[in-house]
Design a protein around this ligand. Structure first.
Ligand SMILES: [Zn+2]
Length: 245
């Protein structure tokens, strides 16, 4: 840790020499333009490869840059970034040579992480014909990295957070990028224009329509009945608990 602390002190000195008010400005608050969803891999440093400094990018990282609809961590980051910070661009950033993607494609067992990697195996299943049609193993994995990014952008688009944001005036743009460890270059897969609306007939949630249905049910008494049923259940449980005592 001595090295880390020494590096930190050097960094503070450099920052202050460039701008004596740097930390005072940072302490006032953040208004980042970007949300970065990337892999935890140590070779893919979010700020360095995007040329962004402190305050410019909100970051979420996990193994193989997945957007899983039941991941509370990701959802909390996404909601905060979209609804409070009002980020303009959200990028899912995968990388060639991803260990998580390779492990998912290997059909070997790794323990707990297999359950996480199953999300990438879902990507293989969705694109099985294309995936199996690539004979070269390296090329196959490179394509799986890209397909995984594309599917994670689709997962982002189908969250209610993004769907609600898209009803507003300035919804964030979604992007899928792949970083190449061999040359340091980021490649834009251009998924935001090609695929965003493609599956909305399945995943689309129309909040206004839902509100209309609830209002209709309330009018013909169905909602009242539902409320009544749910009210009686906890009371029953309480009585049972009392009689057990
Ligand atoms: Zn990775």
């Amino acid at each position: 840790m001595e090295e880390i602390i020494a590096n930190n002190r050097k960094w503070v000195e450099t920052k202050l020499s460039e701008d004596s008010e740097f930390f005072n400005k940072m302490a006032k608050g953040q208004k980042p333009r970007y949300l970065f969803i990337g892999c935890s891999d140590s070779r893919v440093p979010a700020s360095a490869i995007t040329g962004t400094g402190p305050g410019e990018m909100f970051v979420h990282r996990n193994i193989a840059n997945l957007v899983v609809h039941s991941d509370m961590n990701l959802l909390a980051v996404l909601q905060y970034a979209v609804e409070v910070l009002e980020v303009k661009d959200i990028m899912v950033v995968g990388h060639y040579g991803c260990g998580g993607v390779a492990a998912a494609a290997s059909n070997k067992q790794y323990g707990l992480i297999d359950n996480w990697l199953a999300n990438i195996r879902d990507v293989v299943r969705l694109h099985e014909t294309e995936f199996m049609g690539i004979s070269d193993k390296d090329q196959q994995l490179r394509r799986l990295v890209e397909l995984n990014v594309i599917e994670q952008v689709r997962n982002l688009a189908s969250t209610n957070i993004i769907q609600n944001a898209r009803k507003g005036a300035n919804p964030p743009q979604l992007h899928g990028l792949v970083y190449d460890l061999h040359d340091g270059l980021l490649h834009d897969l251009k998924v935001e224009t090609d695929t965003l609306d493609e599956f909305m007939h399945i995943y689309g949630i129309n909040a206004a329509e839902h509100a209309e249905k609830v209002a209709e049910q309330a009018e013909d008494g169905k909602l009242h009945k539902l409320t009544k049923d749910t009210e009686t259940k906890p009371a029953g449980k309480t009585q049972k608990a009392k009689s057990l005592r």
